[in-house]
Write a protein that binds this ligand. Structure first.
Ligand SMILES: Cc1cc2nc3c(=O)[nH]c(=O)nc-3n(C[C@H](O)[C@H](O)[C@H](O)COP(=O)(O)OP(=O)(O)OC[C@H]3O[C@@H](n4cnc5c(N)ncnc54)[C@H](O)[C@@H]3O)c2cc1C
Length: 237
C-alpha cells in the first residue's frame, strides 16, 4: 500500500514523534511505500489566504472557496498545496498523527485541511461529498494523544465522549466529507505520565500497523441515505 503520514508536532523527540517514527519503520519493513508530511519541519503555511493561488479569478472580492474551485480547474494552486494534493492522490491509506490540542488538531494541521482539502478537489459540484468525495477509495486513520485520561473522555466524563463529540468532527466532518473512509482511531491517553503506558502504546500501535487493512471502518451513512433537506431518510434511522 501507499501510506501517507500527515504529522503535526513541533518536537521530534515527543511521543507523537515516536509514534510517527514507529509507523515509518514498521510500514517500510512490511513492504509498504511511505511518505511523510512533517508539517512543522516543512514550516507548512497554516493560514488560508490569497497567496494560495497563482492567479485570482476575482481580484475585487476574495472568496476563498470560489478561488479554490478556479484553481482546481486551472491547476493554479500554490506549489505547497499542489504537492500535498498529489501525495493524497498517491496514497491508499492516510494516517494523521497529532496531539489533541483544545479538543481538536493543532492549528498547523487545521490550516493544512483548510488549504489542501479544497473545494473542487475533495468536494463540490460534480464531486459531491462523503462516499462520493474526491478522495474516495482511500482509507484514513487518526492517531492522537491526549493530556486528559481515558475516563474523562467517556459519555459522562468531564471532557465528553471522544468518539461522538470530538473526533466525530474530524472523522465525519473532514475525512469522510472528503471521500476518505475513516477507520477506528488510535488513541494514546496521557502518554506524558507513565513509561510503562508508553511502552504498551507503542506495542499496541505496532500490532495495529501490522494489520492496517483489517482495522474496522467507522460505519457512516452514504450521501444517498439523506433526503433533499439533508435529513436521514426514515428507513435508515
Ligand atoms: C495548546 C495545547 C492544547 C491542549 N489541549 C488539550 C485538550 O484539549 N485535551 C487534552 O486531553 N489534552 C490537551 N493538551 C495536552 C496534549 O494533548 C498532550 O500534552 C499531548 O497529547 C502529549 O503528547 P506529546 O507527544 O506532546 O507528549 P510528550 O510530552 O512529547 O511525550 C511524553 C513522554 O514520552 C516520552 N517519549 C518520547 N519518545 C518515546 C519513546 N520512543 N518511548 C517512550 N517514551 C517516549 C517523552 O520523552 C515524554 O517524556 C493540550 C496541550 C497543548 C500544548
Amino acid at each position: 500500500m501507499n501510506v501517507l503520514i500527515i504529522y503535526a508536532h513541533p518536537e521530534p523527540k515527543s511521543f507523537n514523534g515516536a509514534l510517527k517514527d514507529l509507523a515509518v519503520s514498521e510500514l517500510t519493513a512490511l513492504g509498504h511505500q511511505v511518505k511523510v508530511s512533517d508539517l512543522y519541519a516543512m514550516n507548512f503555511k497554516a493560514v488560508a489566504d490569497h497567496e494560495d493561488f497563482q492567479t485570482l479569478q476575482n481580484k475585487d472580492f476574495f472568496k476563498y472557496a470560489i478561488e479554490q474551485r478556479n484553481a482546481a480547474e486551472t491547476n493554479s494552486f500554490s506549489l505547497d498545496i499542489q504537492e500535498e494534493q498529489e501525495k493524497l492522490l498517491w496514497a491508499d491509506f492516510v494516517i494523521f498523527q497529532f496531539p489533541l490540542w483544545w479538543y481538536f488538531v493543532p492549528a498547523i494541521l487545521k490550516g493544512w485541511f483548510d488549504r489542501v482539502f479544497a473545494s473542487g478537489f475533495v468536494y463540490g459540484k460534480g464531486i459531491g461529498r462523503y462516499d462520493t468525495g474526491g478522495l474516495k477509495g482511500r482509507k484514513a486513520m487518526l492517531s492522537t494523544t491526549t493530556g486528559s485520561p481515558q475516563h474523562a473522555y467517556t459519555p459522562y466524563g468531564m471532557d465528553g465522549d471522544i468518539h461522538e463529540k470530538l473526533l466525530y468532527h474530524i472523522n465525519h466532518g473532514m475525512l469522510y466529507f472528503a471521500g476518505l473512509e475513516p477507520v477506528e482511531p488510535c488513541i494514546a491517553w496521557t502518554p506524558s505520565h507513565d513509561e510503562e503506558d508508553r511502552k504498551r502504546y507503542l506495542e499496541e500501535y505496532k500490532k495495529r500497523l501490522h494489520n492496517l487493512s483489517e482495522i474496522p471502518s467507522i460505519p457512516y451513512h452514504p450521501a444517498s441515505h439523506y433526503d433533499e433537506n439533508h435529513q436521514l431518510k426514515i428507513e435508515y434511522r
